[in-house]
Design a protein. Sequence first.
Length: 515
Amino acid sequence: MPERGERGEVVVSMRGIVKRFPGVVANDQVDFEVRAGEIHALLGENGAGKTTLMNILYGLYSPDEGEIYIRDKRVTISSPRDAIELGIGMVHQHFMLVYPHTVAENIVLGLSSADFFFPLREVRGKITEFSERYGLKVDPEAKIWQLSAGEQQRVEIIKALYRGADVLILDEPTSMLAPGEIEELFTTLRRMAEEGRAIVFITHKLDEVMAISDCVTVLRRGKAVATVEKSRTNKQHLTRMMVGREVLFRLRRKPVEEGQIVLEVKGLHALNDKGLPALKDLSFIVREGEILGVAGVAGNGQRELVEVITGLRQATEGQVVLLGENITNCSPGEIIGRGVAHIPEERIRMGLVPGMSVAENLILKAYRRSPCSQRLFLNHTFIDQHAERLISEYEIATPSKDAPAKLLSGGNIQKLILARETSEEPVLIVAAHPTYGLDVGATERIRQLLLEQSKRGAAILLVSEDLEEIMTISDRIAVMFEGRVVGIVDTAGAEVEEIGSMMVGAGKEQERGRS
Ligand SMILES: Nc1ncnc2c1ncn2[C@@H]1O[C@H](COP(=O)(O)OP(=O)(O)OP(=O)(O)O)[C@@H](O)[C@H]1O
Ligand SMILES: [Mg+2]
């Protein structure tokens, strides 16, 4: 195991790192230094180059230019094995564990064969030691598939520690954790830093930077903008460095005129995947040009509601009426055909064909109709122009229209879906968690796009767990609890506390405001 460094000693120094991908410079002359005993946040918008920089340090990519020094010694890191030998560990955003195996087996897997035949009893002992020392609760005998995301993450951390990591890189480690688990993770990280390990914490969330880091390096479009002590900065300052401009969340606009009713949901009932009642007698309306926010703690029927409206789930009772016509239990294709756009929760799985190009993904819904296709042939000129136009209009950062969509960063995938879904001027947009996982710049852009759509006259149903988001852009707020709408309030004059208490079931069972 590499020896533990003195607190403050520079353990990692990356100098002048350049990494180019077709059409994009992911890292552009980046200098990055990490000291022993510190938690170093690596902050940047979607696509800023954070993961790329750390993949280079972990030996997954080799840089086109630049040098890496570990404790003042120049090194070449050509594989994760090299990185591990130098004491560098990385926990990826998508875990790399083997599902049918146990925790203990996963931890020794990939070690040299001598270690692999190490008595499992000793392995277990060591796992228990790490878990106690760092508060990483996990059962060595459990199978990976039985574990929650939080537990799997702990296994990944123990795995890195087991291999002797004294520099631990975590790529957006909180994105799949529950709030309680985030606190536990932070405690673990602090303990590791106190022992002199260096932690690199990739994130685009400012609250997390302020909560956990000692210092922060900001990347913007592949360039390192600055490294600052946490105590010498604040959220506003960091935002400005990250986005390159001020971000204003004051997006709300004047009250909408009383428009035509676009969506009416009447006495709706539906079951969840387990066959239990998920929607219980739901009723509300959304008017032309209006954004109705649906607030609620996850799992109170929001997902089922979105699925019923978009035709992905059967209603067992009640009606969904679009512009006066009953569309209850119509097929998704038919509902799309009537001008309903859907921004799905699971964007990569449902919103995209990852292997197809950006241009192809942009016409997924329209390809059967002219002008995209004439008789049996796709009209490539039109498709190309259409793609170029949407890419620039929606500011989608992509190397080209022909790049596979899966190469885009999270925020840009979301913009792509939004571009496709809204470019045909839908009458109703059903948006599920549209800014989940996005950085402030992308979030603001997406919210603006939704506002633009509502100004054009689209009715928008905005489902979000982010109360701030709902308060920022919706006209009225429907609060869901246990499959019911427990209240509908006008956003103007609504109090966060009031909505918060309705979200946990303490609300009044009556509707307020116009509805
Ligand atoms: N294997 C790859 N091939 C081609 N382009 C890539 C590859 N990996 C990343 N890129 C591009 O490099 C740029 C930086 O991507 P990177 O994943 O490092 O960003 P990030 O800061 O981690 O973003 P996010 O917050 O969305 O995870 C992006 O434009 C991305 O599309
Ligand atoms: Mg990333």
